[in-house]
Ligand binder design. Structure first.
Ligand SMILES: Nc1nc2c(c(=O)[nH]1)N[C@H]1C(S)=C(S)[C@@H](COP(=O)(O)O)O[C@H]1N2
Ligand SMILES: [Mo]
Length: 327
């Protein structure tokens, strides 16, 4: 995305260029067959390349949970993007603005002792040690589409639980209407913060009903392992019906507020990136169409779906709203 005055045409076509350069062979085709066999498939034909050595997540997904989740749209029946692509094609400006350079720039990111403060308009504000926060609920595997505002997309098997479970724990007050999120600010550990490409720390926000929606995921892992640094270790947000930039990484603060919080990208370029950022093929970015997308790992483009394919679950949140004005 970059600042308007720093973008070049090449930034938008990055993904295609990247594919043409790839050298490794994809093993993911067979996965297309299935929702139900997804987990088995990964065990037999691991797509892991040895580049992610974060701990395995224990106790992930029971058959009953899978059945329940399939019924509510938590697991899309589409080929999962390879672990290699998910971990080597990243947007994380705290480390690098070069998508293929984030993994190495973030490789030694230290998350020991991580804490998350949950505060603001709640009865029980609390600073959670990460381990305590993760104990709030067993992790679920959620297979979500992810659509970046730049025009590329992936399918990611996340691990985590609904943000609502954390918010319930701190007991939101009646006047809490929005939730604000903040990434760690530490230029020593996040060298990209020494540049002024964005205003730091990265901040994001949701309306309370969006934050409480069961699809809104507090993710601590992907492909059955703890999040690698480049994907937002140790804890990031995933809102599958919104553009990827809403999915703030490496969260240290969650604050319930009465008024709409500021957000990094809407402040950087208010005419290009809105607060809502719902995926919408009918509302183009001022500099490119949003009608289609490049699914990483595929050739050609596919049509972008309203609310990224989650309209049945979330369209009612926006009844009566002008989605062109509130983009
Ligand atoms: N703190 C922070 N969060 C961030 C970003 C970032 O630069 N900094 N990039 C966003 C964008 S634009 C996208 S598309 C997704 C990318 O997530 P991924 O690298 O895990 O695919 O993270 C989002 N969260
Ligand atoms: Mo993005």
């Amino acid at each position: 995305m970059k600042e308007p005055n720093k973008i070049s045409a090449g930034d938008i076509t990055d993904p295609a260029v990247y594919f043409n350069r790839r050298t490794f062979i994809r093993t993911g085709i067979a996965a297309a067959s299935a929702v139900a066999t997804g987990l088995v498939y990964r065990r037999l034909n691991p797509v892991a390349t040895g580049t992610v050595d974060t701990p395995l997540i224990q106790g992930l997904v029971t058959p009953a949970a899978v059945a329940a989740a399939d019924a509510t749209g938590f697991r899309v029946a589409e080929t999962e993007t390879s672990l290699r692509d998910i971990t080597h094609y990243n947007n994380f400006y705290e480390f690098s603005t070069d998508k293929e350079g984030v993994a190495s720039a973030a490789a030694r990111f230290e998350t020991n002792g991580w804490q998350v403060s949950v505060e603001g308009l709640v009865s029980k504000p609390r600073v959670f040690d990460l381990d305590d926060l993760l104990k709030i609920s067993p992790p679920e595997e959620r297979i979500y589409r992810m659509r970046c505002v730049e025009g590329w997309s992936m399918v990611v098997p996340w691990a985590g639980f609904s943000l609502s479970k954390l918010l319930d724990r701190v007991e939101p007050l009646g006047d809490a209407k929005f939730v604000a999120f903040e990434t760690l600010l530490d230029p020593r550990r996040m060298p990209g913060q020494r540049s002024d490409v964005l205003k730091w720390p990265y901040v994001e926000g949701l309306r309370m009903d969006e934050a409480m929606h069961p699809l809104t995921l507090l993710a601590s892992g992907l492909y059955g392992r703890a999040l690698p640094p480049q994907d937002g270790a140790p804890l990031r947000l995933v809102i599958p019906w919104k553009y990827g930039f809403k999915g703030i990484k490496s969260i240290v603060k969650i604050k319930l507020e009465a008024t709409q919080p500021r957000t990094t990208w809407s402040e950087c370029a208010p005419n290009e990136y809105g607060f809502y950022a719902n995926v919408n093929p009918q509302v183009d970015h001022p500099r490119w169409s949003q009608a289609t997308e490049q699914r990483i790992g595929e050739s050609g483009r596919r049509p972008t779906l309203m609310f990224n394919g989650y309209a049945a679950q979330v369209a009612s949140l926006y009844n009566g709203m002008d989605l062109r004005a509130n983009f």
